[in-house]
Design a protein around this ligand. Sequence first.
Ligand code: SF4
Length: 299
Amino acid sequence: MPRGNMPRQPSRSGRQEGARRAQGAPPKGAAAQSAAARSNIHPASLKARKAPKAAGLKKKSVSGAGDAASRVSTYDPLAPERVRQIIAGLDQLYPGVTCALTHRSAWELLVATILSAQCTDVRVNLVTPVLFEKYPTVQDFAALEPEQLEPDIRSTGFFRNKSKSLVGAARKVVADFGGNVPPTMEELLSLPGVARKTANVVLGTWFKKNEGVVVDTHVTRISRRLELTKQEDARKIEEDLMRIIPRERWTDFSHQVIWHGRKLCVARGPKCADCALETLCHAADKTWSTVEIHPEAQP
Ligand code: SF4
């Protein structure tokens, strides 16, 4: 928690501003209020104020949003202690979390992960039980033509490409790997429709191998909000995260951040008041803040 007095919440009624408005005077703190207009961010967080003593601050910062250069020289968002606190906060919020995709085998997890592209896990989990009832084995998938699979996965979107990927992957698993999903990154990447994100999910979740960090839309958004990366490209984001997150945490970190993106740190209107990472987060689009905002911390 920040040192010093906690800022009071902005008035919900606005009554204390009424007299000033009646006299034609601008509301007190109008500029900051304007900056926070679409959120509940306390205006004081957007103005120069005494910064909290938090992980990542090498010495007491006196900078505000308008003094970024000064802050840059004192604030390290990748400081090991700050990263450790972020991981601890995720552990607190999502203890023992794992992959949200229902599966009973490596093949089922591979299928579910391919289907999850541009689709919610909830939708995938509705589709896959019916799918695996109809086609229980990888050999069943390999014997299909992609067009035969399309009606069964239509609701997950991009069903034509996904059908090709699933049938293609099944044929290669049967032809080259004896019907078993291969347990290495290189072999997984040789399967049609499998990129690093899918391979990382399968390797980390089923084979318990931390070969990389799963970078999906949630991990991208939250890593940027938390200033763990400035990159936009998934591979570069993954490289940044692999440098600062301990290897043994790569898979758990991925699942926790993905859950965080679904539950609290949603794309629009993140629920910052309920977030255990709030004092560590300076994201520009926070909806509530007790720490200074960093305008460059964009999702
Ligand atoms: S404080 Fe808000 S923006 Fe920051 S990680 Fe938490 S929910 Fe996301």
